[in-house]
Design a protein around this ligand. Sequence first.
Ligand SMILES: Nc1ncnc2c1ncn2[C@@H]1O[C@H](COP(=O)(O)OP(=O)(O)OP(=O)(O)O)[C@@H](O)[C@H]1O
Length: 589
Amino acid sequence: MNDKELLKDYVRKHWAVYMAAVLLIIASNIDQALLPLLLGRFTDRLQQDLLTMQDVIRYSLLLLAVAVSYNVLFALGQYTVMKLGRRFEFFTRDKLFGKFSELGVQYYAKQGNGKLLSYVMNDVTYVREAISNGITQTTNAVFLLLSCVVMMLASGIPPLLICISAGPLMLIPFLVVYFGPRIRDRSRRVQETIAAMTEAAEEQLGGIRVSKTFAVEDITRERFGAKVDDITEKQLKLVRMSSLFQALLPFLGSISLVISLLTGGMMVMHGSVTLGSFVALILYLRIIAGPLQQIGNVINMMQRSGASLERVNKLMAEMPDVRDRDQAVTLSSVQHIALRGLTFSYPGSSQPSLKDLNLLIREGQTLGIVGRTGSGKSTLIHLLLRIYDPPEGSVWINGSDIHEYSLDSLRSTIAYVPQDGFLFSTTIRDNIAFSDRSAPMRHIEDGARQAMIYDNIIRFPDRFETRLGERGVTLSGGQRQRTSLARGLIKNSSLLILDDSMSAVDAMTEKGILASLRKMRKGKTTLIVSHRISAVMHADHIIVLEEGRMAESGTHAELLARQGIYAAMHKLQEEGLQDAADQYRVNRS
Ligand SMILES: Nc1ncnc2c1ncn2[C@@H]1O[C@H](COP(=O)(O)OP(=O)(O)OP(=O)(O)O)[C@@H](O)[C@H]1O
């Protein structure tokens, strides 16, 4: 997508309405330019003693008609343009959100949420302003200037006098060429710092609890203050430049008024110009002062919105790192999965996070994946979901390379429960029925029971209709995790992946959840990633990852018998449990 495509697309779609709006504004300008002409003629009749009472009434009515029609035409034109601007705003925000959901995690890892919000809030607003006010003011300024020049000639003002008087105005294009790019450049820098500030604000607010518990509010305030200072400095540079530009334009208008007063006054004294023409000239130059001021506004606005449009178009041109192939097919259920020599490094990382994994996960199997922190467990899951793309030919589902399937079908077929189950600021019911808002209440309750959160939910006054605060602050960590687990369970998918999804749940509750999982997942494939041996010991097969390699694999009994990493982890955790049980007994006695 090239630089101006987003706007072009929109204008192309609505060109007829734009034309109508522009014509209305042009008509209003022509109307306004009639005023000095009428007043000039009125002055001439007055000077020549030809004015009758009838003339006074006629001129008054004419002026009233001009004023009313001007306002009606201009208001209609302005309303139409403003409406188009607002629609552009919605259209662009919609497109941006579409783009956000298309882009991969890699993009989000580089861009903070605040920066992305700044596109949606600030940049789009600036472009909309340029479309609404920019079109009105440009049309207004250009056509009012043209109409005034034509009317000046029509009202009998000598062309030489017009040329001399309007001479200073000829400098305007030079000013535009000089100031335009500079204002645009400074506007872009302001936009970038605003985006950085929004990002910082988002981060500070997100981490407010951590800041408070560490009592480092002063440091965070200072850091944020530095961003604000940066904006202020850049904003001031922009204001200095655009104010100078905006002041120079009316200054040229005033010079031209002075010149017309001097030359026009002398010509009236010599009788080469009538008093009416002179009055009309002065009025025209006064009317022109308005559009001159507007031209300054418009150029400032256009440069600022140009910088924003560039940023928005650049974002729209971003290609997602993970995308569908042209001939992608739909995956409707997962039967078996095969890893063949899977080696994977994160983009920009020199060390592979997974090394030469070979594995067959049969349909209906429960696979436990354990390993120390950083051993590659989540990476493997991310590749199965294609959050990152695995190398060609390394991950196979139902005998086809994973890249053959459409992303949408792959992800909607798999039920995935991450460790940090994000909850939205809506009801518990909506959070559980996230993938299917029309799921019957019975299913939602079943999911909650299996995740062992049902008893907690029904104790809330609004039960499943309880609204959660932002990110579910009204729930404890374990309750949040179990709500997110219920969300995964009600999908009843052919492949369920639990990525350390019971880490915040106590041992007794975990036991209950695992028992209900064994019952409900019979015949269906389940992957359980965990640090805890207790979560995987009943699995049909267990693999142990160590620095990205499959260090061990087998059943719980086989792995214990091997006396390797798994057995060591088991011993450590058992000892921990034993210690805790002993402590408990001592405390009670
Ligand atoms: N987005 C990323 N970019 C670069 N390296 C990454 C990224 N995510 C993870 N890694 C690295 O890949 C390796 C495996 O990480 P992974 O998150 O898969 O481990 P894990 O076994 O799930 O750990 P944990 O149990 O702590 O969640 C680690 O060395 C980690 O630093």
